[in-house]
Design a protein around this ligand. Structure first.
Ligand code: GAL
Length: 369
């Protein structure tokens, strides 16, 4: 679908490098990024208002993982306003419903927005709606989860996140003095419709297999639902010959489901997660979960916001790299354990949110303030 992009009067569009480096923390220099209504969307231009008045649709996949509503959305809005104070953001959340998201994309196309920023529940389910956007020359940005035909993509290197997760499992075993080859490891992966979940799984598998780990069970968690994760682990604990030495969970939500099952069965494998959510960090401080992955959301939202404003104004963001032929910017992620929770508290994660009730004392012990 890249040819659609090529057909978008490419010569008339200014190339725009969002950042020279692949690590995104810091200020973005965006010179020559003035936007004019309609350049990014010829058909919506008729009857347009003053220069700079553009509408950008932001479509996020769900609201159970806290990052989307509490970090991605407000940061995106903030950086759009910074790049163009006259730009409007039209926000929709699909609540994990692919059909609903398809309708949301179609509504944005019908409305004639100037750019669509989409984090798909199921990329295959929105492809026809995206073709309609292409037909109307509305630029589309792939946010966090990749889909074909995007004009720009920003995310984390998701395979690398999987590698980090696999390494965290190995480190957790080492910390307990457990030989990674001494028993079975189970994998509780993310939603099979989410392309990132496949990358997390592939990366984690690669790292675990390289260490000679026996992956004795693997489950794709439907809709990232913690309850589905819990039920699978409960069933496994009943039927498997041997209890696991570790359970890889693709995010903190599914790790919560895993822990509900292991606690009930009174087994204590090494458990890991992702997203550095409050619950996950509390589980880490309690010693129930070994690690999570911290993703700094503001730089990702900033990349997307600046690219959206640029595309809506008829400019073409370049990105510091390419992913599947799409201009891309990646943000760096890192592993967090009990020892490093203190290093990530700040703007995104507040100590007062984690250090409540019984966790207060654990925060003191771990130097989290
Ligand atoms: C992934 C995303 C993760 C996590 C997960 C659950 O695609 O990269 O950060 O939030 O979805 O929604």
């Amino acid at each position: 679908m890249r040819h659609n992009l090529q057909s978008r009067n490419k010569q008339s569009r200014k190339k725009l490098a969002l950042l020279g480096a692949s690590v995104a923390i810091g200020a973005l220099a965006l010179s020559g990024c003035g936007s004019q209504k309609g350049q990014g969307n010829a058909e919506a231009e008729s009857g347009s208002g003053s220069d700079g008045e553009v509408t950008i649709a932001l479509l996020l996949p769900e609201s159970k993982t806290t990052r989307y509503e509490s970090l991605d959305k407000p940061n995106f809005e903030k950086y759009v306003a910074e790049a163009n104070p006259d730009a409007k953001v039209k926000y929709s959340n699909a609540n994990q419903d692919a059909t609903q998201q398809q309708q949301q994309v179609e509504a944005a196309v019908t409305e004639g927005v100037d750019a669509i920023v989409l984090d798909p529940v199921d990329a295959s389910a929105v492809s026809s709606a995206l073709s309609k956007a292409k037909a109307k020359k509305i630029p589309v940005i792939s946010y966090d989860r990749f889909f074909e035909g995007a004009d720009y993509y920003t995310s984390f290197d998701n395979k690398k996140i999987g590698n980090l997760q696999g390494q965290a499992v190995l480190d957790g075993l080492k910390a307990e003095g457990v030989d990674p080859k001494s028993g079975p490891v189970w994998m509780v992966n993310g939603d099979p419709k989410d392309p990132n979940a496949a990358d997390f799984k592939a990366g984690a598998e690669e790292t675990l297999k390289a260490a000679g780990v026996d992956i004795a069970g693997s489950h794709d968690t439907l809709d990232w639902n913690p309850d589905d994760a819990r039920k699978w682990v409960e069933g496994q604990l009943q039927s498997a010959d041997e209890d696991p030495i570790a359970i890889y969970a693709a995010n903190d939500g599914t790790a919560g489901g895993v822990l509900a099952a292991t606690k009930k069965a009174k087994v204590k494998p090494v458990v890991t997660g992702q997203d550095a959510e409050v619950d996950g960090l509390q589980n880490i401080l309690r010693g129930d979960q070994y690690a999570t992955i911290y993703k700094s959301i503001p730089p990702q939202a900033e990349f997307a916001a600046k690219a959206a404003v640029a595309l809506a104004g008829g400019e073409e963001p370049e990105g510091s790299t390419t992913y599947k032929n799409t201009p891309t910017d990646f943000v760096e992620a890192k592993v967090v354990t009990k020892d490093t929770v203190k290093d990530i508290v700040g703007d995104q994660i507040k100590a007062e949110d984690i250090c409540t009730g019984g966790v207060k004392k654990l925060c003191d012990d771990a130097g989290v303030k």
